[in-house]
Design a protein. Structure first.
Ligand SMILES: [Zn+2]
Length: 269
């Protein structure tokens, strides 16, 4: 699809992104940053903040406003699809205004994987397989997918790259079914309002069970348990792992007071 028709679709499914200056762009294949991203397996990405190559491009066509717009950038032409658009737009929601240009552009790391290793070394939290694609992101992506279908685009759920084995979660269809009523009820709502609304318990429980199962299977039960204790009275069982397995076996049901505690539960996105 052309970027112009994807832009049109974006305005239909997430009008608030258009309202804060969100641009769809190609990354030129000759830019080193494009090659690094492609080597990492990326076919598209979102950008918030400094991206000097694009600034030069915007200045050349007089569309540089003095602030960094939100960008959905495509690398591979055959991946410029409504499915990819839904995936990437879910990373930019709820919408935030363009970032002021401070004039200072941080040097980019030489290699992305070195940067990632440094990042991992600097944080004590385990890198979860659903990093950046957790419960809140999945919910937003499903709303965008549903709205695209309503707008006349028959998007296969697989083409949005939601949940499933790649993120150590249950299949995307399970998440879609658990969210079905909400997708219809909140179709006309802003994503800020969706974020402030507690998701259906079925959706939350599915994510909690997935996260708990991963934590136990990967030796991180001790990190998960304090959060478990804070929202439900856990049985004083023998070990963390037994407690976690018992929790999962019981269906893993927890009650949440509000949307914020739901989203923060488990691990960060
Ligand atoms: Zn993503």
């Amino acid at each position: 699809m052309t970027l112009a028709s994807l832009e049109q679709l974006l305005a239909e499914i997430a009008p608030e992104l258009a309202a804060v200056d969100t641009r769809l762009e190609w990354l030129a294949p000759e830019w080193p940053i494009t090659q690094q991203l492609a080597a990492e397996g990326a076919y598209a990405c979102t950008i918030r903040g400094p991206f000097p190559e694009l600034k030069v491009q915007w200045e050349s066509v007089d569309s540089w406003t003095g602030a960094w717009p939100n960008v959905i950038a495509f690398i591979e032409a055959d991946m410029a699809t409504p499915g990819t658009l839904c995936h990437e737009a879910a990373h930019l929601l709820p919408a935030t205004p363009p970032m002021p240009d401070t004039g200072v552009v941080e040097a980019r790391p030489e290699e992305f994987h070195e940067w990632r290793e440094r990042y991992v070394a600097a944080t004590s939290a385990p890198v979860v397989p659903w990093a950046d694609h957790g419960a809140a992101w999945t919910r937003r992506a499903l709303h965008l997918w549903f709205r695209s279908i309503q707008a006349g685009h028959a998007i296969d759920l697989d083409d949005v790259f939601i949940a499933g084995d790649r993120y150590g979660l249950s299949p995307a269809l399970d998440y879609a079914i658990s969210l079905k009523a909400e997708l219809e009820d909140l179709e006309g709502c802003s994503f800020a309002l969706i974020e402030a609304t507690a998701p259906p318990q079925e959706f939350v429980q599915l994510f909690v069970r997935d996260a708990a199962t991963w934590a136990v299977d990967n030796g991180h039960a001790h990190l998960f348990l304090p959060k478990l204790d804070s929202v439900a009275a856990a049985q004083p069982l023998e070990t963390d792992e037994i407690r976690m397995r018992s929790f999962i076996a019981s269906g893993g049901r927890l009650e949440f007071a509000d949307a914020a505690s739901t989203v923060q539960f488990g691990f960060p996105e």
